[in-house]
Design a protein around this ligand. Structure first.
Ligand code: SF4
Ligand code: SF4
Length: 132
């Protein structure tokens, strides 16, 4: 399951200057896969992937450490009314989230998404968006 972590790096007690992910891995023994990280001097946003069975435990511990955690159930949403099954998103996605089924209809496996945003920009019909 993918979890989007956000935290402030302002002040002294914030989690942004602490190795919270490393700490949670050490404490829980759960391996966390960091898929994307944007961190600057003011704030951080990190996308992690954790085993489904451990997601509640990881989420709870991160929140205790001051991290805001958002469960990404459906990272990329497709508006079926707008999609014309052109396949542009298939070509551009680095994670093979999109594919055609046997009837050339678009299939979306959003569990693989790392929220790079390339497909949203590439879609000629504005059919794709990122879930908040
Ligand atoms: S790029 Fe947009 S219109 Fe084309 S298949 Fe993907 S979602 Fe559908
Ligand atoms: S945001 Fe990036 S990884 Fe996710 S579906 Fe779009 S192109 Fe693929």
């Amino acid at each position: 399951m993918k979890l989007l972590l956000t935290f402030s790096r302002k002040g002294r007690a914030d989690p942004g200057r602490e190795p919270v992910i490393a700490r949670v891995v050490k404490e829980t023994g759960v391996l966390i896969n960091v898929e994307k990280a944007n961190i600057d001097s003011m704030a951080g946003e990190v996308l992690i992937d954790v085993p489904d069975r451990s997601a509640d435990q990881i989420r709870q511990r991160l929140e205790e450490l001051g991290v805001s955690v958002h469960v990404m159930e459906n990272a990329i949403a497709r508006d079926e009314g707008e999609c014309i099954d052109c396949g542009a998103c298939i070509s551009i996605c680095p994670q093979e989230v999109f594919s055609f089924d046997e009837e050339w209809q678009l299939r979306v496996n959003s569990e693989r998404c790392v929220l790079c945003g390339k497909c949203i920009q590439a879609c000629p019909h504005g059919a794709l968006s990122q879930q908040g």
